[in-house]
Design a protein around this ligand. Structure first.
Ligand SMILES: Cc1cc2nc3c(=O)[nH]c(=O)nc-3n(C[C@H](O)[C@H](O)[C@H](O)COP(=O)(O)OP(=O)(O)OC[C@H]3O[C@@H](n4cnc5c(N)ncnc54)[C@H](O)[C@@H]3O)c2cc1C
Ligand code: SF4
Length: 450
């Protein structure tokens, strides 16, 4: 093994450019035409298909699979995109094993579902190089402000633009896409797919982007209410939770999301530093993505430590298996109590946990893990929500299709209460709120698939 690979501390260049390029290839390469036909032929085209019910955007899955099977993939793409305008990204990132593929009757019968995600990708990828296929309705003269250009905001903006409204999107960051651009693991959306999809989506017209504009810093809700006919809040969860462990302010203790963001934005992965011994605290997709990508960057030992049972991890079984197959160790039922070190983290001390009458408690059974880099991946929280909107459980309270407590203001995606913090749910909520906004502004009826 090379010396660079085993360099102590947090160091760049553990792997060669060739090794990094090989490590960060597409985790699920696309199907070719023949493979797609074979995969489509496995579908029973069920009546009352359970896969549709399991899809938060209610895509007519048997219909689009039949369209692939009959050699009309562009028609399949339109079936998908009509329900889910970010169908290309969802095909790459949806935990399909918990959604459509988990519900597929072939899964029950044979333990091998129809490859719905891969087929969706096959259909939608073909559409990306073509002119934008949706037409805008006649102008309504209404203007709508969308805060946050992530999946929820983009989905809402596209649907509103299609209805003939003019949309202005405000986002705190320099690039649109939200976590599609800054959060999703690199190997799930390679070759700049997130930006390509946003550019394609904006091809509908009628959507202006105001990047670097944060609600609460550069703009206020009162201003937006005065200037626009409706406001949609899709600002995600910008805050990250602290560990609450002694010594967590030591160097190289950071939140996993910043690490993933830097990785996604890096033009040269050899320049990105990573620890030799990396510990990640958490049990969700963020923990898995940070851990796997630390390994792919060349970290020698990567351990995820989760405070509950493995069955309670937020990351799906598929994601957990992906982590362990990548060489990540998962320790469950343990929580960090002290971050040891002198300036920078050197070791993390954990206590095993046990379920008590008042919930989870720390036991006296302790152990330590060597760590020169520690990532927190224990959840995000809403930051910067306008004071006027009511919250529920720390998120924006909504009723029906995203109506907040303030008339004329809707919300959806991760920032809204009641969702499950997935890309596809954000897309569904943005779409449904847009339909409700349109109905409120024009009196037209709502068109939601499913
Ligand atoms: C590391 C990580 C990996 C993930 N992997 C997956 C996955 O594989 N599959 C999956 O289905 N889901 C995944 N998720 C969850 C998924 O990314 C989110 O559920 C989804 O992005 C939510 O969309 P959103 O539009 O609500 O919010 P976001 O994507 O967070 O977008 C919110 C946007 O609002 C902007 N914003 C924030 N505050 C303000 C403000 N005050 N003013 C203006 N703009 C603001 C942000 O800059 C951002 O662009 C992952 C999440 C993380 C953190
Ligand atoms: S449940 Fe499976 S077999 Fe049935 S329509 Fe859906 S994808 Fe096809």
């Amino acid at each position: 093994m090379s010396q660079a690979r085993l360099a102590p501390g947090v160091a760049p260049g553990r792997l060669t450019p060739a090794e990094l390029a090989a490590n960060f290839v597409d985790v699920a390469p696309p199907l070719d035409g023949h493979e797609a036909r074979v995969a489509a032929d496995r579908c029973y085209f069920c009546h009352d298909a359970p896969c549709i019910t399991a899809c938060p955007t209610s895509i007519d899955i048997p219909l689009f699979i039949r369209q692939i099977a009959t050699g009309t993939p562009d028609a399949a793409a339109m079936t998908i995109l009509h329900a889910n305008i970010l169908g290309g990204m969802c095909a790459r990132v949806c935990p399909t094993e918990n959604l459509c593929e988990g519900a597929c009757v072939r899964m029950d019968a044979e333990g091998q579902p129809v490859e719905i995600g891969a087929l969706q990708r096959f259909a939608t990828d073909g559409m990306l190089d073509q002119p934008h296929p949706f037409m805008r309705a006649a102008p309504t003269g209404k203007r709508i402000a969308v805060v946050g250009a992530g999946p929820a905001g983009l989905s809402a903006a596209h649907r509103l633009a299609a209805k003939g409204h003019d949309v202005v999107m405000f986002d705190a960051r320099p690039k649109p896409g939200g976590l599609n651009e800054y959060g999703i693991a690199s190997y799930k959306a390679v070759d700049g797919f997130a930006q390509a999809e946003v550019d394609w989506l904006l091809g509908i017209g009628g959507i202006d982007l105001c990047m670097g504009q944060a609600l609460g810093r550069d703009i206020t809700l009162t201003q937006l209410q005065a200037d626009y006919d409706a406001v949609f809040l899709g600002m995600g969860l910008a805050g990250v939770n602290a560990l609450g462990a002694e010594g967590e302010d030591r160097h190289h203790v950071t939140d996993a999301i910043s690490f993933i963001r830097d990785l996604r934005q890096a033009s040269d992965l050899t320049a990105l530093p990573v620890g030799r011994d990396v510990v990640v605290i958490g049990g969700g997709m963020t923990a898995v993505d940070a851990a796997v990508q630390a390994r792919l960057l060349g970290a020698e030992n990567v351990t995820i430590v989760y405070r509950r049972d493995q069955s309670q991890m937020g990351a799906s079984r598929h994601e957990q298996d992906h982590a362990t197959a990548s060489g990540v160790r998962i320790i469950c039922n343990a929580a960090p109590v002290t971050v040891h070190g002198n300036g920078a983290v050197v070791e993390v001390e954990f206590a095993y946990t046990a379920q008590g009458p008042d919930g989870l408690r720390l036991t006296d059974d302790r152990f330590r893990l060597k760590a020169d880099q520690l990532f927190r991946a224990i959840g995000q929280r809403l930051d910067g929500a306008p004071d006027a909107v009511a919250l529920s459980g720390g998120k924006i309270a909504v009723s029906g299709p995203g109506r907040t407590s303030v008339a004329g203001v809707w919300a959806g995606g991760d920032c809204a209460a009641g969702g499950d913090d997935l890309t596809v749910t954000a897309v569904a909520q943005g779409r449904d709120a847009a339909e409700d906004i349109d109905a409120a502004l024009t009196g037209r009826s709502i068109e939601i698939p499913g």
